[in-house]
Write a protein that binds this ligand. Structure first.
Ligand SMILES: NC(=O)c1ccc[n+]([C@@H]2O[C@H](COP(=O)([O-])OP(=O)(O)OC[C@H]3O[C@@H](n4cnc5c(N)ncnc54)[C@H](O)[C@@H]3O)[C@@H](O)[C@H]2O)c1
Length: 257
């Protein structure tokens, strides 16, 4: 079933909801967008890749629209959020998924790289959360879903210092938002994937690193983007309302804790 026809179904679990997905031009963001469209949402796709984003939004039908802005820039986030609200109405589901990878460890990380990684992976989620919070609190409903990472707990098996720290802080931001929002019926949760089949894996790891990882991952394979999207749609669903401040591991058993 196409996203468009499914999203017209008034009985879809998220019919009529508005979702904003950052990093929607990327592999995992696009998978999450498709899942939310199938479940009945209208989806605002946010990314910095203007042309790719516009083409994707066009291909997804009338319930998807592209909004190009840099989530690391607070002014751009304020303006971008206002545009989304004008087009779709207030946001019910925020998926903070945009992120950039850096594999440099501490000694090799310069100040500019540190700031850039933190500004996208952490600050972006904070800026967007600030925009959606007042409306979610007032409506006493909402979902915030943050894409964290296994790197937050391992120090980065292959990922670098700035990336691992950014995802650790995003995990803490998730807990903090969950505590602030719980009395208002709004949940904040994270998903902590490891080694999803994306260019981060296929292009940024060596063949030797890939083979070593496959030996270490108990299920013996990498994660499908649709498996990530499935967790997003679950956390967004009405029946996930008692789950908040939770980080769901999605790592094929690589770390069991
Ligand atoms: N791929 C993995 O194995 C893996 C594992 C753990 C966590 N993650 C996290 O999952 C998320 C998605 O990863 P992916 O593999 O799909 O990566 P991706 O590179 O395919 O997608 C990330 C998207 O974010 C966008 N983006 C980057 N900076 C931005 C900014 N400042 N403003 C708006 N958009 C911006 C990029 O243009 C890109 O389209 C990231 O947060 C990543 O850290 C990925």
């Amino acid at each position: 079933m196409s996203e468009t026809s499914a999203s017209r179904n008034p009985n879809a679990p998220l019919a009529g909801r508005v979702a904003l997905v950052t990093g929607a031009a990327g592999t995992m963001g696009l998978a999450a967008t498709r899942a939310l469209l199938e479940d009945g949402c209208r989806v605002a796709l946010v990314d910095v890749q203007r042309d790719r984003l516009a083409a994707l939004a066009d291909s997804l039908g009338e319930h998807a629209a592209a909004f190009t802005f840099d989530i690391a820039d607070p002014q751009a986030v304020r303006e971008g959020h206002a545009q989304v609200v004008r087009a779709f109405g207030p946001i019910d589901i925020l998926v903070n998924n945009a992120g950039i990878l850096s594999n440099n460890k501490c000694e090799a990380t310069d100040a500019a790289e540190w700031r850039r990684v933190l500004s996208v992976n952490l600050d972006g989620a904070f800026h967007l959360a600030q925009q959606v919070l007042p409306g979610m609190k007032a409506r006493r409903a909402g979902r915030i879903i943050n894409t964290c990472s296994l790197a937050a707990k391992t120090g980065g098996l292959t990922a670098g210092t700035a990336y691992s720290v950014s995802k650790g802080a995003l995990t803490s931001l998730t807990f903090s938002l969950a505590r602030e929002l719980a009395p208002f019926g709004v949940t904040a949760n994270g998903i902590s994937p490891a080694y999803v089949k994306t260019p981060m894996i296929t292009e940024q790891l060596s063949e030797a690193q890939r083979q070593a990882l496959l030996k270490d991952i108990p299920v013996g394979r990498f994660c499908e983007p649709e498996e990530f999207a499935h967790v997003v749609r679950f956390l967004a669903s009405p029946l996930a309302g008692f789950i908040t401040g939770e980080i769901i591991d999605l790592n094929g058993g690589l770390l069991m804790d």
